[in-house]
Design a binder for this molecule. Structure first.
Ligand SMILES: Cc1cc2nc3c(=O)[nH]c(=O)nc-3n(C[C@H](O)[C@H](O)[C@H](O)COP(=O)(O)OP(=O)(O)OC[C@H]3O[C@@H](n4cnc5c(N)ncnc54)[C@H](O)[C@@H]3O)c2cc1C
Length: 390
């Protein structure tokens, strides 16, 4: 079968790129070695956090990127999008004077749009969010989201499966550097399509796009590092859900008085994130390991996350019922911006990777730009091109 595009990798990058190309009437096949969302995109819960990094800097194109989240509503005609994505105010409490100073400086310099973000003094945090430990003040950003990325990708794939121009090969391990060859049967110097041969299958595509996250499949030199991240999934012991803080709260802020109502309105980002979709099942993420020998979840990672919990609320880790842990790997570029470009030594092959810790924030934005470029409707700006590293 002949397609316009062959996409390798069924994470956020690959699935969303397929979605935008199909919307433009292109024929697309997607190959996933495991199951959809089995890479970094399978993190149990994740945040769309417009204030990024240690000092809560307004993320690159964060408001434009968030505006595209509306597209999510279109891909789940049979179920409520609220199952897998919900708006949350994201609180960034500062537990250290230096972090508070730099976060406040960023807040002032970033000039957030009216009503999107506010700086809170330590007293204001204590009054509005009595569950959070004493701190040096903090930022609140009102237009964040908590997402179950795997569920989200499943909805996206269900929509794609109904599209006549889309084909999916899932749990297919046959795609490797040997499996795709240029069409040189007619001795063409510059092949204009690629033949992909698996054991019992043959697909043809004009262009191949590698969305393989932390894994490479051809020997192209793509600058960046692989970062391991671990998360902890848990519930609180029953009594903790109903805990009323010692501080007296006014009527207006009564809703923050117990964990389940708090987590249905807010998520916390403080060098790690604490969030929930239903107010009862919580995720604390994530560790950040650049050098790791064990690719699996481990007890050190779990302890690191429990320490973060205690920093948010005294002895919170002693009130949890641990359910599971998860580990994944993301690809991070030297300047934290993604790479979207044709691979110089491999004509007709594109790479799209490096969404880093902002995969949910930026995947819609960049896949839309990339699909427009592939369809001849725009260009790739220099901040995503490979030659910026020369
Ligand atoms: C612990 C953790 C927490 C995170 N938290 C957040 C967060 O809160 N907010 C946020 O925005 N981002 C977060 N991220 C980052 C986000 O998950 C990533 O940026 C994003 O998922 C990357 O998507 P991707 O499609 O590029 O890669 P992946 O999701 O890794 O997808 C790559 C896919 O390619 C497949 N593949 C690889 N090789 C082949 C092959 N040869 N043939 C076929 N298929 C192949 C893999 O199986 C995989 O499914 C987090 C990441 C981790 C690890």
């Amino acid at each position: 079968m002949r397609f316009d595009y062959g996409i390798i990798g069924g994470g956020l990058s690959g699935c969303l790129l397929a979605y935008y190309l199909i919307l433009q009437g292109k024929r697309v096949f997607l190959v996933e070695r495991n199951t959809i969302g089995s890479g970094a995109s399978g993190t149990p819960l994740a945040m769309i956090n417009p204030a990024t990094g240690r000092f809560a800097k307004k993320g690159f194109k964060s408001l434009e990127a968030i505006a595209q989240i509306d597209a999510l509503q279109q891909i789940s005609p049979f179920s409520s999008a609220y199952d897998f994505i919900q708006n949350r105010g994201i609180i960034r409490p500062c537990f250290d004077a230096e972090i508070a100073q730099k976060t406040n400086q960023n807040y002032l310099a970033d000039q957030w749009e009216k009503g999107v973000a506010e700086w809170m003094t330590p007293e204001e945090v204590a009054e509005r969010f009595p569950l959070i430990n004493r701190n040096f003040g903090g930022l609140i950003v009102h237009n964040g989201y908590v997402v179950n990325p795997k569920m989200y990708l499943q909805h996206l794939i269900n929509w794609l499966k109904y599209q006549p121009n889309f084909s999916l090969l899932e749990e297919y391990e046959g795609f490797n550097s040997q499996s795709h060859k240029p069409d040189n049967t007619k001795q063409r110097k510059n092949p204009n399509y690629w033949i992909f041969r698996g054991e019992d299958i043959e697909m043809q595509a004009n262009i191949l796009i590698h969305c393989t996250g932390a894994e490479e499949i051809i020997n192209a030199m793509i600058p960046g590092v692989i970062v391991k991240g671990q998360t902890l999934q848990f519930r609180l012991v029953d009594s903790a859900y109903d805990q009323t803080p010692v501080q007296v709260v006014t009527d207006q802020i009564n809703h923050t008085k117990n964990w389940s109502s708090f987590l249905r309105e807010y998520a916390i980002s403080a060098q790690g994130y604490l969030c929930s979709l239903d107010g009862r099942n919580l995720v604390m993420g994530s560790t950040y390991e650049h050098r790791f020998s064990n690719p699996k979840t481990d007890l050190n990672g779990a302890q690191y996350l429990k320490n973060k919990l205690d920093r948010i609320h005294e002895n919170l880790s002693s009130k949890i019922v641990q359910e599971s842990m998860w580990a994944g790997f993301r690809f991070s570029t030297p300047d934290r911006m993604p790479i979207i470009d044709e691979i110089p030594a491999y004509r007709g092959h594109y790479v799209f990777r490096g969404l880093g810790s902002k995969g949910l924030l930026h995947s819609h934005y960049y896949t839309k730009i990339f699909s427009n470029y592939l369809c001849g409707k725009g260009f790739l700006s220099k901040e995503v091109k490979l030659n910026r590293f020369k």
